[in-house]
Design a protein around this ligand. Structure first.
Ligand code: ATP
Length: 319
């Protein structure tokens, strides 16, 4: 392995820059040549690659987003698109690639492995929905952004004695909702992994108001559905006038936390180590604070699960 490349793909997440930096610096440390690919698989297809030096990744460790830019590429879903990408790599003598992204990006990485490119996946998404790692890069930063937002909403919720619904990201996974609810002391959490009953939710609200609770915060994972619609349903069935906040894309931005920077640095560097060992088709992760790797295909087959004990705990603490 003499020459490798790195790209970021799918939804951006805070800490991706720290991961890119780690890949580039670790590669240069081991005397590899390293290329940065712009705009994910789209850039790979179009040959939008640059050789990177130490300075190419200077001053980015603290920045959200990704200096490589990210994209969703329809063309790369086709075999023709994938072969164009492979050709771009082969023409430059690049035989290793690090893909930083979510499960969709892993599917793309798997295709490149099938076409003979040694590819390693690094989990970069705020959703924390990738099996084979306790945490994905960006989750902790997004979690902290959500906590700050809930804390602020709590101030106004308690001043006005209102019920608030807060919709958070996570796609089909409820991790952001669960962790933020526990950390911010929300009364109710609606997760895609655990079916809910609106009448039960209302009963909880009524129980709370009977014991003169001043406010109530319901965190809704986007995978459950629209918080607006759930708010409307509560309004129609009670005399409450719930307010709804959809946090949206602010959850994806911002300076990565220390945890995300360290996680990204460790995982990015580990991906390069695996390429140097001649490995391919693997996804890296952190489990019990140890670096681990699993075949990408296995990670894609496994189903992400929620920590049910944590869900129970949040219930016990918010009676
Ligand atoms: P996030 O979890 O933040 O949404 P992601 O990596 O899951 O990130 P996707 O949009 O699902 O984001 O995937 C990113 C890109 O990976 C797609 O735009 C596409 O180019 C490629 N990709 C996804 N699935 C496949 C597939 N089955 N075959 C080839 N390429 C794929």
């Amino acid at each position: 392995m003499k020459r490798i490349a790195v790209l970021t793909s799918g939804g951006d997440s805070p800490g991706m820059n720290a991961a890119v930096r780690a890949v580039v610096r670790k590669a240069l440390y081991h005397d590899l040549e390293v290329f940065g690919v712009y705009r994910g698989y789209n850039g790979l297809i179009e040959g939008d690659l640059q050789p990177f030096q130490l300075g190419s990744v200077g001053d980015i460790i603290h920045r959200g987003g990704t200096i490589l830019h990210s994209a969703r590429s329809e063309e790369f879903r086709t075999k023709e698109g994938q072969l164009k990408a492979v050709k771009q790599l082969q023409e430059r003598g690049i035989d290793g690639l690090v893909v930083i992204g979510g499960d969709g990006s892993y599917r793309g990485a798997d295709k490149l492995v099938e076409h003979g490119i040694a590819t390693i996946g690094v989990p970069g998404t705020i959703d924390n929905d990738i099996p084979g790692t306790d945490f994905t890069i960006g989750f902790d930063t997004a979690l902290n952004t959500i906590i700050q937002a809930i804390d602020k909403i709590r101030d106004t919720a308690s001043s006005h004695e209102r019920t608030f619904l807060i919709e958070v990201m996570g796609r089909h996974a409820g991790d952001l909702a669960l962790w933020s609810s526990l950390a911010a002391g929300a009364e109710t959490i609606l997760l895609p992994e655990i079916p809910y009953n609106i009448d039960e939710v209302i009963k909880r609200l009524e129980r709370g108001s009977k014991r003169e609770k001043k406010h109530s915060i319901i965190v809704v994972a986007e995978g459950v559905g629209s918080a607006m619609e759930i708010g409307e349903e509560i309004k129609n069935k009670t005399d409450l006038e719930p307010r709804v906040t959809v946090l949206g894309h602010l959850q994806r931005g911002g300076q990565p936390t220390g945890f995300d920077r360290v996680l990204a640095s460790r995982l990015g560097a580990y991906a390069v180590e695996l390429l140097l060992e001649g490995k391919k088709g693997l996804a890296v992760g952190l489990e019990n604070n140890r670096l681990v790797h699993y075949p990408i295909v296995e990670v894609l087959e496994r189903k992400h699960t929620i920590d049910e004990k944590m869900y129970e705990l949040s219930h016990h603490l918010s009676i």
